[in-house]
Design a protein around this ligand. Structure first.
Ligand SMILES: [Zn+2]
Length: 401
């Protein structure tokens, strides 16, 4: 049976740009599409017919007439097929079903119990298998889109380096494709988050943008003139491993005094534990009834806003160190805006406010005029929307304009 919305077919016929115009502007007439991208109405009509045949686009309603018959409008049919988004971090795998508007339809979170002997490919195949059992029709699955922390060679589909999961050169894409015979995409998590903002978020117009993730790791994705800057080995954006203290503690990357060791959840958690063990009082102790292993980033964020002195003093330091890193990024790349995502930035307006105060105090005024740090557009779903955006970017080509 033919797959609905065959990705290859769409790419071959170069219909993705027209599909993107329809997605963003629909309901829209064929004539308006032709005008917007300056191509012949015949080409648009033929491409739209193909898209309607593939059920990716549907007709509905009529537009204003410019003399003759009223034009029939077309729009995206976002639920005609679905895709699977998988977000892998150091402690969990989140797997979700999404539609063509990157809307999450169903989501599951699996905690990784044993990361020491983790066989990631097989673990993931098993998880997707179980997840697929609850999907209606696998013929409607457009693809599997995976994001993971660390250095990823997206063209080769390889996780090149992930120290937390102890991965070196893992061919994850080919393993998943061999298991399911479904097109699979893979990239670094922060690159996915940046693509999500460009395709579906509140900051689509920005051509020079930096997305910084702060969670159990710290990373950055850098958009330069509307394309992701990847560097020679695909490893650009290792923001967490830039040095902010040359006399600092050794990091698992081999460097010393890396930013990540001051602002990541791992760093925050170990500071919470050592301060409480040294006798500091905190609402966190009550919240977890003395079991400090139960303290989560969510709980930490919550206690900040309950006025807890320990949580607030840690937030102060995190904002300061993160601010130092952001000033460096601003001076190097002069971005239009910085988006702060990840578990620690989610629902944490005080962190956003404090890093903004820091950059206005310390960065060059030429670089901070009309520049601001913003929260991510997708809140709690940002990880899987980021994953899905790898595939949706292939479908719609939304940064290539
Ligand atoms: Zn490091």
């Amino acid at each position: 049976m033919k797959r609905t919305g065959d990705l290859q077919l769409i790419k071959e016929l170069n219909k993705s740009i027209i599909l993107d115009i329809i997605r963003k502007n629909g309901p829209i007439s064929r004539a308006e599409i032709a005008k917007k991208i300056n191509i012949s109405p015949t080409t648009v009509t033929s491409a739209v017919s193909d898209l309607i045949r593939d059920s990716l686009v549907i007709e509905g309603g009529t537009g204003e007439s410019s003399g003759g018959r009223k034009p029939i409008l077309v729009q995206l049919n976002p639920d005609v097929c679905f895709l699977i988004g998988v977000a892998i971090d150091a402690s969990k795998i989140t797997i979700a079903e999404l539609n063509l508007n990157a809307k999450v339809k169903r989501k599951e979170v699996h905690t990784l119990k044993d990361t020491e002997d983790l066989d990631l490919s097989n673990e993931l195949i098993e998880m997707i298998n179980v997840f697929f059992k609850k999907c209606k029709n696998l013929n409607d699955c457009l693809g599997i889109s995976i994001t993971i922390q660390g250095i990823v060679n997206s063209e080769q589909g390889m996780v090149a380096y992930n120290p937390k999961l102890k991965i070196n050169n893992l061919p994850l894409k080919s393993a998943i494709e061999a298991a399911f015979k479904i097109p699979t995409y893979i990239d670094n998590d922060t690159n996915g988050s940046l693509l999500a903002e460009k395709g579906f978020g509140n900051y689509q117009q920005s051509k020079n943008l930096i997305y910084v993730t702060i969670g159990d790791g710290v990373g950055a994705s850098i958009l330069v003139n509307d394309s992701i800057f990847r560097g020679f080995h695909g490893g650009a954006g290792e923001f967490g491993h830039t040095t902010i203290n040359y006399k600092g503690a050794p990091c698992n990357c081999g460097n010393v005094g890396c930013l990540e060791n001051y602002v990541s959840w791992r760093a925050i958690y170990s500071r919470i534990v050592s301060e409480i063990n040294a006798g500091k009082e905190s609402l966190l102790v009550e919240e977890v009834k003395g079991d400090l292993s139960k303290i989560t980033p969510e709980l930490f964020r919550k206690t900040i806003y309950s006025g807890d002195a320990l949580a607030n003093s840690i937030l102060e330091d995190v904002s300061f160190y993160l601010g130092i890193g952001l000033v460096n990024l601003i001076h190097l790349f002069n971005p239009e805006r910085i988006i702060l995502g990840g578990e620690l930035a989610f629902e944490n307006p005080l962190l956003i406010q404090k890093v903004n105060e820091h950059i206005y105090s310390y960065a060059l005024k030429t670089h901070t005029h009309n520049v601001k740090v913003f929260p991510s557009s997708f809140g709690n779903d940002s990880e899987v929307v980021g994953s899905a955006s790898l595939l949706l970017h292939e479908l719609f080509h939304f940064t290539l304009k």
